[in-house]
Design a protein around this ligand. Structure first.
Ligand code: IMP
Ligand code: MG
Length: 190
């Protein structure tokens, strides 16, 4: 049981309370699923006839990876790594690898999947590590992208939705570990 009070999970578009902060509705569930449909179709087309290994970055990606993979009709596998760079609502600039992949990605078509690319520190670190193993190809797919905060040059090939430079929760994304269970995205109330 969470020790912190939280409003019940609901798809109605009302503000929510996560720990000490209030968040307001930002991207609805139907808008998210439409955007996911679009990038899944793009991936299905671009990787037609190829086998793909999806690598999801936990914890935030659990909902997105599930809805994305249900729409993929390629011969594919999924694996997960666990990284962490955020502390509360701030990026710490230090990426901790909490667990990694047990097998090499050499010769494989790999698509990294993230919940959100913000500064890009997390995904760049992982991208560079995997590149050293000589995959057949390596691309990045993210549910949300904050273009105004991105500081890296690694290309983000598949973006379901670009968002403003605001802290968001829901649909897998958290504030201090809470708020991942909401089916849509909420933005910090200004
Ligand atoms: P980056 O390394 O700065 O790109 O941050 C990426 C990671 O920080 C993401 O995988 C998220 O887990 C977390 N993160 C970044 N922005 C947000 C946000 O607005 N809400 C919740 N988590 C975030
Ligand atoms: Mg993440």
């Amino acid at each position: 049981m969470p020790t912190t009070p939280q409003t019940p999970c609901s798809s109605s578009a009302k503000p929510i309370q996560v720990k000490d902060l209030t968040f307001v509705p930002y991207v609805s569930e139907s808008e998210l699923l439409e955007a996911i449909d679009r990038i899944a179709q793009q991936i299905n087309t671009e990787y037609q006839g190829k086998e793909v290994l999806f690598v999801g970055v936990l914890n935030g990606v659990f909902m997105f990876s599930s809805d994305l993979l249900k729409r993929i009709d390629l011969n594919c596998q999924i694996n997960f790594v666990k990284l962490s760079s955020y502390d509360g609502t701030q990026s710490t600039e230090k990426v901790k690898q909490l667990f990694g992949l047990s097998e090499s990605v050499e010769g494989k078509h790999v698509i990294l999947i993230e919940d959100i690319v913000d500064t890009g520190i997390t995904i760049e670190g992982l991208y560079n590590d995997l590149m050293k193993q000589n995959p057949a190809s390596l691309e990045i797919c993210t549910l949300l992208f904050k273009p105004d905060k991105y500081t890296k040059i690694v290309p983000i090939r598949y973006v379901a939705k670009s968002v403003a430079n605001e802290f968001v929760v829901g649909y897998g994304l958290d504030y201090d570990g809470y708020g991942r269970n909401f089916p849509m995205i909420y933005q910090l109330q200004s």
